[in-house]
Design a protein around this ligand. Structure first.
Ligand code: ZN
Length: 222
C-alpha cells in the first residue's frame, strides 16, 4: 500500500493510515433517491485502510463488476483517540478535513441487499475510497454551512450542504466513537448528498469543498 495522508500542499501528514468509518443515508434526499427509508439512527459501516487511495491526479475503478457509483462526501481526519466521546471532544479531536469518494459497486450492493448480505464487496474493496489532501483544522472555526459538490465531465452531478445532514457532523462522530474507537489517522466519511451516478474510465471529475478546496482529475479503469 502506498497511500499516506497528505495536507493540501502535498506534504505527508505524520499520522498512521487507519480505517475509514462511514455513514449511509445521512442526507434524506439521497436516501429517497435510492428508495430507502430515512433512518432513526446512523447506518455505520467501515472501509479498511486498503481501500484508501489518493483522489488526484487520478484513481481507478473496476470495469467488470457492474456500475461503480460516485458518492462525494466531506471527509474528516481523526487526530486523537476518541472513545465514547461527546460532540465537543469530537470537534477538537479532528486533525483536518477534506473530500472523500465512497465508491460503491451499485449493482453488487443491490444484489447483496436483496440477499440480506453485508455490503463489503460493494464498498470496502481495494481503491474504494479515494481521498483528497486535508486542510489543517486546528485553529479553524467550523462553519455550520459548507457546500460540497461533484462535477463529472463538466456536468454538475452532486451538490449538498452540511446543514442538510440528518446527523450533524460532530454528533455523528460522537455516535461513531461509541461503536468504534476512533484512532489517530482514521478517516470519517459523513454521507453523500443526492445525485449519485455511474463513473466510467476516461471521466474527468472536479470536486469542491466550499471555497477552500478544489480537487480535479481523471478516472481510469482496471
Ligand atoms: Zn456514502
Amino acid at each position: 500500500m502506498n497511500y499516506v495522508h497528505r495536507w493540501i500542499d502535498d506534504s505527508a501528514i505524520d499520522l498512521p493510515v487507519g480505517k475509514v468509518v462511514c455513514v449511509g443515508r445521512n442526507y434524506a434526499a439521497h436516501a429517497r433517491e435510492l428508495g430507502n427509508e430515512v433512518p432513526d439512527s446512523p447506518i455505520l459501516f467501515i472501509k479498511p485502510s486498503t481501500s484508501l487511495v489518493p483522489m488526484a491526479p487520478s484513481f481507478s475503478i473496476p470495469v467488470d463488476q457492474g456500475e461503480v457509483h460516485h458518492e462525494i462526501e466531506m471527509a474528516l481526519l481523526v487526530g486523537e483517540k476518541l472513545q465514547n466521546c461527546d460532540a465537543e471532544d469530537a470537534r477538537w479531536g479532528m486533525a483536518g478535513f477534506g473530500l472523500g469518494l465512497d465508491l460503491t459497486l451499485r449493482d453488487i450492493q443491490n444484489e447483496l441487499k436483496n440477499k440480506g448480505q453485508p455490503w463489503e464487496r460493494a464498498k470496502a474493496f481495494d481503491g474504494a475510497c479515494p481521498v483528497s489532501g486535508f486542510i489543517d483544522s486546528r485553529g479553524v472555526s467550523w462553519k455550520q454551512s459548507i457546500e460540497i459538490s461533484l462535477e463529472v465531465n463538466g456536468e454538475l452531478r452532486q451538490r449538498g450542504n452540511t446543514t442538510q445532514m440528518l446527523f450533524p457532523i460532530f454528533q455523528l462522530v460522537a455516535e461513531m466513537s461509541r461503536v468504534f474507537t476512533l484512532e489517530p489517522g482514521d478517516i470519517i466519511l459523513t454521507g453523500t448528498p443526492p445525485g449519485v451516478a455511474a463513473l466510467h474510465p476516461g471521466d474527468h471529475f472536479r470536486a469542491r469543498f466550499g471555497n477552500t478546496l478544489k480537487v480535479e482529475g481523471q478516472v481510469t479503469g482496471r
